[in-house]
Design a protein around this ligand. Structure first.
Ligand SMILES: Nc1ncnc2c1ncn2[C@@H]1O[C@H](COP(=O)(O)OP(=O)(O)OP(=O)(O)O)[C@@H](O)[C@H]1O
Ligand SMILES: [Mg+2]
Length: 284
């Protein structure tokens, strides 16, 4: 079985899939807030650059980034996942006025669903995004993939393209089972796709944590054990992202919380994850 490379030493582009089989667990929130945290950092005295790719037909990344949804498939991720890809990535900048280098490849529901169906019969289907990223590389230091909640074709494409994985979960009793199912998908499909190495699971990110809820504390304490049992001993259980209604307000304004309410205590909840990712790409 190919081994995962937990201690990656090379400082090459990192392709990070944010995956979870639970709807509303915070995938898009984590993708956008982590993109912001990374884009604030520097690599060899230049700003760190981030590409956000929306692999979810719902397309909520556009909303969270304050972007208008594109009207044509050629302006969306489905044009990339096609044999006729022109090599021109349909990226639009976001939060540019804040001096950040974050570019977004948006999704449109129907074209992306059709693309996912078409890829079922394509011989390179699950590798389509990996192939395009290899043949027409993006210049960004980090590419973040915002994935849908269903473990179907689009998540396979993300798995096939990613170097690393982060798993946001809500602190509910069913979360441990959900995480186990997701990791089963990860192991079975990585093996079936003959990924070598398997993408590194950086860790689990507990989200919507309420310190006054006993069940949240209890599940949080059990998570390192769950990771251990799932043979992911080197993956981290990150400090939780606390619950705040300001997250919804921020995404409604098309901004990360750090730009919407910069003094909010939850802003610091993304820093440890960003620090780990920064270490992998050599950012400060
Ligand atoms: N820590 C938090 N505290 C409060 N609300 C949050 C938090 N994280 C996310 N939310 C809110 O929960 C909702 C779901 O979050 P998000 O869209 O990031 O989840 P998702 O996993 O991407 O969902 P989907 O499966 O639909 O793509 C959003 O309204 C978001 O603003
Ligand atoms: Mg989402």
């Amino acid at each position: 079985m190919p081994k995962t490379s937990i201690n990656q030493t090379s400082k090459s582009q990192l392709i990070l899939a944010i995956i979870s089989n639970a709807g509303g667990s915070g995938k898009t929130t984590l993708a956008t807030h982590l993109a912001y945290e990374l884009a604030r950092r520097r690599i060899s005295r230049r700003p760190c650059s981030v590409a956000l790719l929306d692999l979810d037909p719902q397309g909520s990344l556009s909303l969270f980034c304050g972007l208008e949804r594109p009207s044509q498939a050629s302006q969306s991720i489905s044009s990339v996942l096609s044999e006729n890809f022109s090599s021109h990535w349909p990226l639009v900048p976001c939060w540019k006025s804040f001096g950040l280098k974050v570019d977004v490849c948006q999704s449109i529901q129907q074209p992306l669903l059709k693309t996912a169906d078409d890829l079922v019969s394509h011989p390179r289907g699950p590798y389509m995004l990996a192939d395009q990223l290899k043949d027409y590389p993006l210049p960004h230091d980090v590419v973040i993939l915002d994935c849908p909640a269903t473990l179907g074709r689009l998540n396979l494409i993300a798995l096939g393209a990613s170097t690393h994985i982060l798993i946001p979960i809500q602190l509910e009793p069913k979360s441990a089972n959900g995480a186990a199912e997701l990791l089963e998908f990860y192991f079975i499909e990585s093996r079936r796709l003959r990924l070598n190495p398997y993408p590194t699971v950086l860790g689990i990110v507990p989200n919507q944590y309420r310190a006054n809820q006993a069940i949240h504390k209890e599940i949080l304490q059990q998570l390192p054990n769950v990771l251990h049992q799932l043979q992911l001993g080197e993956a981290r259980c990150y400090p939780p992202i606390r619950f705040s209604y300001e997250f919804s307000n921020a995404s409604g304004a098309g901004l990360p919380l750090q730009l919407h309410r910069k003094h909010h205590s939850a802003c610091q909840d993304f820093r440890e994850i960003a620090a780990d990712v920064s270490n992998l790409i050599g950012a400060k």
